[in-house]
Design a protein around this ligand. Structure first.
Ligand SMILES: [Zn+2]
Length: 464
């Protein structure tokens, strides 16, 4: 037995000041005002926040993207996650063209099993739509997959059409699943990109310029109509803009069962990172991701919505490509590998810019970094909260430490971080995964636990 003793313990019912968490093996035995027992190992948590281990709702590890493979696989990506206080990752098992869903699932299980050091589960991403996918989707809950993903963007590679979306949503509603959508109007983006390239515009500035926020909003509005026809719940992955947020609000007002995820990059970074039309710095390619970074006003709108319960959880869309050897090879923005890293810093960035900066309280922090995703993806109460009987996934965060992010100090297997040089308040001091003490005194241990595959249950649609 081990007692995490005398901290600010964040539970679904509120903060227990001077509270403790008792760990028995892989589970939480008790949470509350607890006196140490004889013979138990005591970890002093005075002055620290004791939080549920993070649940990463959105990452891409070991993903093939065209000719490129992401820099992080399940070994390095989950190691980085764990170092940063994320104990559960939900990755996108991906069905590529011509494959069955089961084949995509099996491939991803082979990528993750035995390599992951955080617990992991899968969403099923479908890069096309075929008649028999409805039946194939229905078989996925038996494998522990209850959430799916479709792309309204990336024309000619992954984009699906409105009638395909209707068929997929009808199928998922039929067995009580949900679908996350990449919401951008792929046809119009394709037209804008072709126009920009024809005019000789190749720099990262035009990545953002050809994917305006109104095209995110349009996709969400259209999706809400389709979901209404299907009477199906859905969620918006990586919501990036104030217009998109307004569309989510409209969908909700119309009675839609819609949930939204945003990412640290849309909360912390903005469009200035792309530079001007003539800039082609490597650092600007680092933030070529879709949707693109938006304005400072969009950022503040997302923070407010996150605090107010209009955006429910934060995933990173961690999709890491090296600047040198991958992103630098592209001849224009449209062919630059899309994505950025973030899996290791999610918890601390949200703490620093969310809680320490006064935008949300620690209870809301726990909801948006852990509890809500665990509930929505059917992992609660095993994951996502400090409650008796749950897996002993615990983060001890020291709020007093200020430090500066450098790529060299991270465990991500990629040659840059978009947060290089950022001053951060708060440090992940201890991390437990199912009782295994993985981060000790701020340092990732040498012997790490083996990540377990998590069977996701039906989505809890009531999260806010
Ligand atoms: Zn993604």
């Amino acid at each position: 037995m081990r007692l995490l003793h005398g901290g600010h313990v964040v539970t679904p019912a509120g903060v227990i000041e001077g509270g403790s968490v008792r760990i028995d093996g892989e589970r939480i035995a008790e949470v509350g005002l607890l006196a140490p027992k004889e013979g138990e190992e005591i970890l002093d948590c005075a002055g620290c926040w004791v939080l549920p281990g993070g649940v990463e709702s959105h990452c891409h590890l070991d993903l093939e993207a065209g000719a490129e493979l992401t820099a992080d696989d399940f070994a390095t990506g989950t190691r980085a996650a764990l170092a940063g206080g994320t104990t559960t990752v939900l990755d996108f098992a991906t069905q590529f063209h011509g494959q069955t869903l089961a084949h995509g699932f099996d491939r991803w299980m082979a990528k993750a099993e035995g390599k992951a050091v955080a617990d992991f589960g899968f969403h099923m991403a479908m890069t096309e739509w075929k008649q028999d996918f409805a039946a194939q989707m229905g078989e996925m809950p038996g494998r522990g997959v209850t959430s799916f993903k479709l792309y309204m963007a990336y024309r000619h590679s992954m984009m699906v059409e409105d009638d395909d979306i209707l068929a997929a949503l009808t199928a998922s509603a039929g067995f009580g699943g949900t679908i996350g959508f990449h919401c951008e109007n792929g046809r119009l983006i394709d037209a804008l990109v072709q126009r920009a390239l024809a005019a000789g515009h190749t720099t990262p500035h035009f990545h953002a310029a050809t994917r305006p926020a109104v095209l995110e909003a349009e996709a969400i509005d259209r999706l809400a109509v389709i979901a209404g026809l299907a009477e199906a719940p859905f969620y918006v992955v990586h919501l990036s803009s104030a217009p998109g947020l307004a569309a989510v609000a409209r969908a909700r007002e119309a009675g839609g069962a819609v949930v939204a995820e945003t990412c640290p990059q849309y909360l912390l970074l903005d469009v200035a990172a792309y530079g001007g039309p003539d800039d082609d710095r490597l650092e600007s390619r680092a933030v070529v991701m879709s949707p693109p970074l938006r304005t400072a006003a969009d950022r503040e709108a997302l923070w407010a919505a996150l605090a107010a319960g209009e955006v429910q959880f934060v995933g990173t869309d961690h999709c890491s490509f090296d600047l040198r050897g991958q992103k630098d090879k592209a001849t224009d923005f449209a062919h630059t590998p899309n994505g950025a890293p973030g899996i290791e810093l999610r918890m601390v960035l949200l703490w620093s810019e969310g809680v320490a900066a006064g935008r949300m309280d620690p209870v809301r922090y726990a909801q948006v970094t852990a509890t809500n995703a665990a509930r929505y993806f059917g992992l609660y109460p095993r994951k996502g909260a400090l409650v008796a009987g749950a897996d002993a996934d615990v983060v001890v965060l020291d709020p007093g430490t200020r430090w500066t992010v450098t790529r060299a100090a991270l465990h991500e297997n990629v040659d840059h971080t978009p947060y290089e040089g950022r001053e951060v308040t708060g440090r992940v001091r201890e991390v437990f995964l199912r009782g295994h003490h993985a981060v000790v005194g701020g340092r990732l241990g040498d012997e790490l636990p083996t990540g377990e595959y998590l069977h996701c249950g039906p989505p809890d649609l009531s999260i806010a």
